[in-house]
Design a protein around this ligand. Sequence first.
Ligand code: BG6
Length: 467
Amino acid sequence: TTDGVSTLLILGARGDLTSRLLLPGLGRLLTLEPERRITLVGSARAAAEQSGWDQILSKAFADARGPAVRHTLDTARYVSADVSNPDDLHRLFQACDGVPALYFALPPAATARAVEVLGKAGMPEGTVLALEKPFGTDTDSAKDLNRLLAGLVPDEQVFRIDHFLGKSTVLNLLGLRLTNRIFEPLWNRDHIAKVDIVYDEELGLEGRAGYYDRAGAMVDMIQSHLLQVMALVAMEPPATVGPVDLRAAKGQVLKVARLWAADPAQASRRARYTAGTINGRRFPSYAEEKDVDPARETETLAEVVLEVTNRRWAGVPFTLRSGKAVGRRRQEIRITFHEVPVVPGGLHGIQGPTVLRISLGRGGMSLELNVNGPGDPFVLDRATLSADFGPGRLDAYGEVLQAILDRDRTLSILPESAEQSWRIIDQVRAGWKAGRVPLEEYPAGSPGPASWTAEHAVPGASAKLPA
Ligand code: BG6
């Protein structure tokens, strides 16, 4: 179509995100859609180096096949540019065929500088702007960025990217919670006691200290990804799962989400790893990793407890946690139901509440139940029903890129949601900065600080029983 995106222009073409995630995702998308014709323009500060770009591409497309892939490889270009210079940006646009999507695979400061001068760069009509997370660095900078963007193009052309929204494991949540009679009517404070959203990784810094040491786990994972997952878990059922209704429903959740306790010390924890081993791989202490400034006190494991203050969820703690170099790779949404009010006399051995687990890593889910298992029929056993769905047809970045190229905003974050997410996180970080929450330690490869292994007691949670 005339207004369809025909050129993907990547700013930050020589970065880790581009080679490790964006390009392989594009390769899978083009393999799945042999009809698609996309011109790829890579740009970075480094002097023009078509051969270097070709090498990055052929490596990232190693498993990609078919005519769409061949077309993109044959037409790919590299243009060096300083994105804070409008003349350079203008040259970039001239290298595009038709309507471009501009993907900012850049750190927040560089993105902000580029957006500031974009108005003077002769942007082609209809240009799509795709901005990686983190969107800004706090509430105020996110507001500034939204204001700048609003002055450039209508919001239909802005994509605030969160690749977790492209994960099939995250999208599967919609069908699971909204279309099953055994979950849909129970999805509220009357039946659900707590929600845990956990994304612990065995990976460490992986050479990304330049970015990560200024972000930390709270900004890197919770501010964006886990809050978005929480919004999908907690939202009211939308009329449609399209861009208007779904995003509005999620936005309402973020608006009423707040720290579980006014004091960040009671609603958050933080820690950083010390030396240790994971799967035979030796990790130095975080403070000694290359390019880390230990004085920044960056956390590599963070946890925050939130309350969604509406009729559906008041009094239910939502605990969001994410860590690096954690030995046990837990990546899941865990929904813990209330216990039944009464157990008939003579029925023994209740093993705990019903728990629904939805995997955020490999696709799958399980439901833990009390059942009359083998043996004594009056003594209960625990049974786990589980299903494994395997990976989706596309990886998360493939989904995200497909949505950008098709101009489908379902997976893009609303401007006010980006600001609301920062509002929540800024409160926590202010408490940390004021020294209200100690920075604890855990050896790489352990499940976290020793004092955290017991379930986090959420102050006041048990007192707030459903009305
Ligand atoms: C990225 C973070 O957004 O998400 C990384 O910057 C993190 O630090 C990654 O490792 C996790 O997502 P995935 O899909 O790669 O497991």
